[in-house]
Design a protein around this ligand. Structure first.
Ligand SMILES: [Zn+2]
Length: 317
């Protein structure tokens, strides 16, 4: 059997991680390089003259012109955090190198922090991944399907199953027919929702392939993409249709990664974030070595999101 390119890649070993990011200073240097690749520039007046000082655990930069003070994490999703910078890096490392998603409880044990801290770290990093991925566009041939997650694990497999959350998956197809990139979105799959999702996600000229479900039978298709509906028989047979194989493979793996990790999942409330975590990692799956760094970079690019608004979850969408 040929070796799977994703599964057998080396990733970032624990030894290498400790060597590169094992100290607070090393993490500070990395973050400084990400935030100000050409050196510190005062966010208030733009001056490059500054001095450093330490307050508590944090390294600050003070502008020599206007005396503005900025910490390394100010203006990022890590802002105001009492957690040491190296623990943020450790959290990103754990989330990036695991095969499936990692729960807040698991993160708590890995990092030696309390559950509340682990939950906050995880959700802030997932929020950063959501922000990073929300502008992603797919092109070429894209397979689109609807799926359900969360809720009760028993009972009839109908759409009305209690607590289930409907979402849409769009998977662009590589030349060899395999999945290339994915976009996921929590949305009940009515025809109008499908159109909104596709307008946000697909580049002009995309060929969309979907099954013959009524939600994909929409008259406005020609405004957004070329559409090729595939009539399937439903059930297992539908999952094996070659034209929809890529999206069905991704959905199968996604269900393992998410339902295998979160048992008491408040899926409906935080669906966007859980899906974004999967999407972010899937779209960077060929480079596990740099995934941890890319999560930190996403955290740097994400605005502060204090715990109360983080808990309100989808309200702002
Ligand atoms: Zn200044």
């Amino acid at each position: 059997m040929p070796m799977n390119r994703v599964q057998f890649q080396k990733g970032l070993s624990l030894g290498e991680f400790i060597e590169r990011y094992g100290t607070q200073e090393a993490c500070e240097r990395e973050l400084e390089a990400m935030r100000w690749p050409r050196g510190f520039a005062c966010p208030s007046c733009g001056s490059r003259q500054y001095s450093n000082f330490q307050r508590g655990r944090l390294l600050y930069y003070q502008c020599c012109e206007c005396r503005h003070q900025a910490s390394l994490i100010a203006g990022t999703v890590m802002a105001s955090s009492k957690v040491a910078l190296k623990v943020w890096f450790q959290a990103a490392y754990v989330l990036s190198q695991a095969k499936n998603n990692v729960s807040a409880l698991e993160l708590m044990r890995h990092l030696g922090v309390c559950y509340q801290t682990a939950w906050s770290l995880k959700h802030k990093l997932m929020e950063a991944m959501w922000v990073r991925e929300r502008t992603r566009t797919l092109r070429g041939t894209v397979q689109v399907d609807e799926a359900f997650l969360g809720g009760q694990s028993s009972g009839p497999a109908s759409r009305g199953r209690k607590g289930k959350v409907a979402f849409l998956a769009a998977v662009s197809q590589a030349p060899d027919g395999k999945a290339e990139r994915v976009c996921l979105s929590k949305q009940p799959a009515t025809g109008e929702d499908v159109v909104v999702f596709c307008l946000n996600t697909l580049a002009p000229g995309t060929l969309v392939v979907s099954d013959g479900a009524p939600s994909f039978n929409y008259t406005r298709w020609n405004q957004i993409a070329e559409h090729e509906p595939i009539v399937t028989g439903g059930g297992k047979q539908a999952c094996e249709i070659p034209q929809l194989k890529a999206v069905n493979t991704v959905l199968g793996n996604l269900k393992t990664a998410i339902t295998g990790t979160y048992h008491a999942l408040k899926f409906a409330k935080y669906t966007d974030r859980y899906l974004a975590e999967y999407q972010f990692r899937f779209n960077r799956r060929f480079d596990m070595h740099s995934q941890m760094q890319r999560i930190i970079r996403a955290a740097v690019g994400c605005k502060p999101n204090p715990l109360p608004s983080l808990r309100m979850a989808e309200v702002r969408r």
